[in-house]
Design a protein around this ligand. Structure first.
Ligand code: KMH
Ligand code: ZN
Length: 311
């Protein structure tokens, strides 16, 4: 594995998993999303992972004007690495989702390594009513919905990343996705070094057991030797325990309201910055590693922004 002494903390500020009924703190408008991202960066995040939502209803959408608005607001205030999603929402097509890359030409964007039945519908059980009409239907629709990232999709979207010098962070929801990642490297669709994001705890993907993280790291080592680095998303309440496990194993960590709404049992996080502060404080208490700055991460991941401005 490629190692960086310091920890890359990513913050995923709003996402497309949670709906506004679930937390009044979920940012929705471009200003809210950008303000949350800037505060997360001030708290220690070197990467902010960005989705956008309909400012009126909070529904996940792909609106390039909204993406641009958010990116410009963040860029004006912070040197944090802006990482737009190309995962969008499970309901969107791969072509729609990747359209943000030519629009913003970002340093980095997420890229999803396989197709899964991205099941959000179990969340329905926790809520009796919803604030917006779309929310229930959206969550329910995922019972029979494939989040589609086929080999043909990867062959279509990855050249768009390359064309714009955008690094693909490879989102792996199961062990098989590591073999898909190996395939795209072998096909020359991306150039090593690669940065893997292990996503644990999505219904339809691998679970949050500690053994799964160890296994994914071990298989990544077999497949990629010293040409990969990794970060971990532990969905829901596993966010911090898997994050600390990752840091302890030499990896990196993602937190944020996209992945987890709670700062503690029954206690909604009031902001993304609160989640970043928590992982920074846990890392400080429990490990000997420090937090990486955006420029250190640019150098380490060999992002185009290490020589130019990001956008
Ligand atoms: N929503 C997460 C489970 C993406 O946006 O490309 C993974 C993710 C994917 O953030
Ligand atoms: Zn995302």
């Amino acid at each position: 594995m490629r190692s960086l002494d310091n920890i890359i903390v990513s913050c995923a500020v709003t996402g497309a998993i949670h709906v506004p009924t679930m937390s009044p703190h979920l940012p929705v408008t471009p200003k809210e999303i950008a303000d949350e991202a800037i505060a997360a960066a001030d708290a220690g995040a070197s990467i902010v992972h960005i989705h956008v939502r309909d400012p009126e209803t909070g529904e996940p959408i792909t609106d390039l004007d909204l993406f641009r608005d958010v990116a410009e607001r963040i860029h004006a205030e912070s040197d944090v690495i802006i990482q737009p999603t190309t995962g969008g929402a499970p309901t969107m097509s791969p072509k729609e989702r990747v359209s943000v890359v030519p629009e913003l030409k970002p340093e980095m964007a997420s890229c999803n390594m396989g197709s899964i039945n991205f099941g959000l519908y179990p969340l329905l059980e926790k809520y009796d009513s919803f604030d917006y009409a779309w929310e229930r239907e959206y969550l329910e629709s995922t019972r029979d919905l494939i989040f589609k990232n086929t080999f043909e999709d990867l062959e279509t979207v990855l050249p768009i990343f390359s064309q714009h010098g955008t690094m693909a962070e490879l989102e792996c929801y199961d062990v098989g996705h590591l073999y898909n990642a190996k395939y795209i490297v072998d096909q020359g669709l991306i150039e090593p070094p690669i940065h893997l994001q292990f996503v644990l705890g999505i219904h339809g993907g691998i679970g949050t057991d500690p053994e799964n993280l160890s296994h994914m790291v071990r298989i990544a080592e077999k497949l990629f030797g010293d040409t990969f680095s990794f970060s971990v998303i532990g969905a829901g309440k596993s966010e911090f325990v898997r994050g600390i496990q990752s840091i302890d194993m030499g990896g990196h960590v993602r937190v944020g309201l996209e992945d987890n709404l709670y700062a503690g049992p029954g206690q909604l996080a009031e902001s993304n910055a609160e989640l970043v502060e928590k992982i920074v404080s846990l890392a400080d208490d429990l490990t000997t590693r420090e937090i990486a700055t955006p420029d250190e991460v640019r150098e380490f991941l060999e992002l185009k922004g290490r020589t130019n401005t990001a956008l």
